[in-house]
Design a protein around this ligand. Structure first.
Ligand SMILES: *[C@@H]1O[C@H](CO)[C@@H](O)[C@H](O)[C@H]1NC(C)=O
Ligand SMILES: *[C@@H]1O[C@H](CO)[C@@H](O)[C@H](O)[C@H]1NC(C)=O
Ligand SMILES: *[C@@H]1O[C@H](CO)[C@@H](O)[C@H](O)[C@H]1NC(C)=O
Ligand SMILES: *[C@@H]1O[C@H](CO)[C@@H](O)[C@H](O)[C@H]1NC(C)=O
Ligand SMILES: *[C@@H]1O[C@H](CO)[C@@H](O)[C@H](O)[C@H]1NC(C)=O
Ligand SMILES: *[C@@H]1O[C@H](CO)[C@@H](O)[C@H](O)[C@H]1NC(C)=O
Ligand SMILES: *[C@@H]1O[C@H](CO)[C@@H](O)[C@H](O)[C@H]1NC(C)=O
Ligand SMILES: *[C@@H]1O[C@H](CO)[C@@H](O)[C@H](O)[C@H]1NC(C)=O
Ligand SMILES: *[C@@H]1O[C@H](CO)[C@@H](O)[C@H](O)[C@H]1NC(C)=O
Length: 486
């Protein structure tokens, strides 16, 4: 079937996975009827099994009890006709004929397409019985995470029955990303699909069928469905926000990921709970607009839009720019959470000692959420989530370097690292969602007794990475001096 394009091949794969592939004998016509089972919204190809058409072939596709002709190929006349206005237009814009094989492709299937299909090739007749599996309206569960984090999607199955086949499917195309067959006992993760965006990131619980996506990226934003053999059990709407951190006063760019815009692209940037429009590029009208008077002018003279990529730069940031940014590129929506770091502190600690990182909160309110993150990848090491009544220390991450070493104060959110080693050297960020979003950064350098009196590598790094600001320079100088004094 080399003449099929890649999407077509996928469609076939999907068909094979879904189709019951049973043939039954139909007494009346004495012809084999192929049963094909698909899900609402899917596409299906009804295969003619021809490899090519001959010059004298006339191919007709008919549907329903009345045998209404819906598509036809007259090979002699090189003519392909699709009658998609018949039957109240239920096939409108949904039919494609493969001009090599005469196979019929029906896209975006609804239950109105459920029924019998007949293929007539000259005088031979083939029949198909299309069974459209309904998408039962299960409530959509919204799940939002920040990129890099893991997310677990609960199957809500306590245990799988012996005959269960469960599938996890992603996106508008309902691509299968993971599957469990209880009999034979087999777990399959299709993490090469969709350009490998799920590669090495999927974990399936073989008891419950729950799916975990680790190290998420914004590419994992989309609808995820859990199907058992007979129905759709769960629907999740996963939204992965990009996490962006910037020091107050610096500039930050929120990237669209586009290298260039197409002629009819419309890009909009929105900010905050009210999703206030702050910038827009409309290629159709060739207009670039920055709405920097909105929201009490907090963006005034601070927004720059790149006219090639649509990326947004905010200059001279203040804590008022912390918040959620939405990017809409035509019909696709992405989100970023920007934290403006209002305080950068450097702290030195002698190996083996404890160091406390002060959140400066006196108490946490009922809807406060705070997170401690570490290192270049901003790995979550501790969190307090008041609305969910959750206090968690993730000390297994990063090869367990924090194991049994983290103490989180449940009143103030301050974090103490005990018995430090040089592995704890680095940048700790506190992300807070209290009355507003805010962030603090702590640059911790752990020195050993050998290096206690000179500017260690850590301190040099500290100087390089620290804020360009008088306060920090003073702190660094002070630290080096005080170490000398020791
Ligand atoms: C196919 O097209 C040829 C040439 O136009 C025509 O003679 C013939 O009747 C057509 N066959 C059918 C079944 O419409
Ligand atoms: C068959 O379809 C392909 C692509 O869809 C097209 O390039 C080709 O011209 C078509 N051939 C005929 C005979 O219509
Ligand atoms: C599929 O069909 C439904 C109506 O049956 C329509 O609302 C929806 O936009 C269609 N989806 C696509 C991708 O064409
Ligand atoms: C299921 O998971 C358990 C524990 O993780 C493991 O021992 C068992 O081999 C797994 N079974 C299959 C079929 O992978
Ligand atoms: C997470 O994914 C990014 C790419 O999106 C990769 O650079 C990074 O190494 C991954 N981190 C882990 C811990 O796998
Ligand atoms: C795009 O931006 C560049 C530099 O900012 C400017 O020179 C150019 O005129 C702009 N193009 C359009 C179409 O606005
Ligand atoms: C940055 O913003 C502050 C007010 O938030 C202002 O005082 C300062 O002049 C601005 N700096 C620059 C370089 O625009
Ligand atoms: C908070 O910590 C104190 C002492 O560490 C403990 O007694 C108390 O149970 C904790 N509260 C919660 C809600 O975990
Ligand atoms: C401190 O950590 C070291 C390993 O880094 C360990 O050998 C030692 O027992 C720990 N000390 C305490 C008091 O936990």
């Amino acid at each position: 079937m080399g003449f099929f394009s890649e999407p077509m091949k996928k469609m076939f794969l999907k068909l094979v996975l879904l189709c019951l592939c049973l043939w039954r004998l139909d007494g009346v016509f004495s012809v084999a009827v192929k049963l094909v089972s698909v899900m609402e919204g899917d596409s299906v190809s009804l295969n003619s099994d021809l490899t090519e058409m001959k010059d004298d072939d006339v191919i007709q596709w008919r549907f329903g009890d009345e045998n209404t002709v819906i598509a036809e190929i007259n090979v002699t006349a090189y003519r392909i006709t699709v009658y998609d206005d018949v039957l109240d237009g239920r096939f409108r814009d949904r039919l494609k004929l493969d001009n090599q094989t005469g196979s019929l492709i029906i896209t975006n299937i609804t239950t109105e397409h459920d029924g019998g299909y007949q293929l007539q090739i000259n005088s031979a007749i083939k029949s198909f019985d299309l069974y459209v599996r309904r998408v039962i309206s299960v409530a959509v569960k919204s799940v939002s995470v920040m990129e890099g984090d893991s997310v677990s999607l609960n199957s809500d199955l306590t245990e799988m029955k012996d005959d269960d086949v469960i599938q996890w499917r992603f996106g508008d195309e309902n691509t299968v990303i993971a599957k469990i067959n209880k009999w034979p006992d087999r777990i399959t993760v299709y993490d090469d699909v969709l350009d490998g965006r799920f590669r090495d990131r999927l974990k399936l619980d073989n008891q419950t069928g729950s799916l975990t996506i680790t190290n998420t990226t914004t590419e994992h934003t989309g609808d995820i469905k859990l199907l058992t053999s007979s129905e759709i059990r769960e629907r999740f709407r996963l939204f992965v926000f990009g996490l962006v951190l910037v020091k107050e006063g610096d500039s930050v760019s929120l990237n669209t990921g586009l290298t260039e815009m197409k002629d009819d692209d419309v890009i909009q940037w929105r900010f905050g709970d009210e999703k206030t429009l702050i910038a827009e590029i409309n290629k159709q009208t060739d207009r670039i607009t920055v709405y920097d008077d909105v929201l009490d002018g907090r963006f005034r003279d601070r927004l720059k839009l790149n006219n090639q990529t649509g990326s947004l730069t905010i200059t001279n940031t203040t804590t008022e720019h912390s918040g959620v940014y939405y990017l809409q590129i035509n019909i696709v929506i992405k989100g970023f959470i920007l934290f403006v770091i209002d305080e950068v502190k450097s702290v030195s600690v002698k190996e083996g000692d404890s160091v406390s990182l002060n959140s400066r909160l006196t108490e946490m309110k009922d809807d406060d959420v705070i997170e401690w993150r570490f290192g270049d990848e901003n790995t979550v090491i501790a969190e307090i989530n008041k609305p969910n009544d959750r206090i968690t220390v993730y000390d297994d991450v990063l090869d367990g370097r924090f194991r049994d070493r983290l103490k989180l104060n449940n009143q103030t959110g301050s974090l103490t690292i005990t018995n430090t080693t040089t592995e704890h050297d680095g940048d700790y960020k506190l992300l807070m969602s209290t009355a507003r979003l805010s962030s603090k950064s702590f640059i911790v350098s752990v020195y050993d007794s050998v290096h206690c009196c000179g500017p260690t590598e850590a301190v040099i790094r500290l100087v390089l990475s620290a804020l360009v600001g008088v306060a920090t320079v003073i702190i660094v100088v002070y630290e080096i001096r005080s170490r000398r004094a020791e």
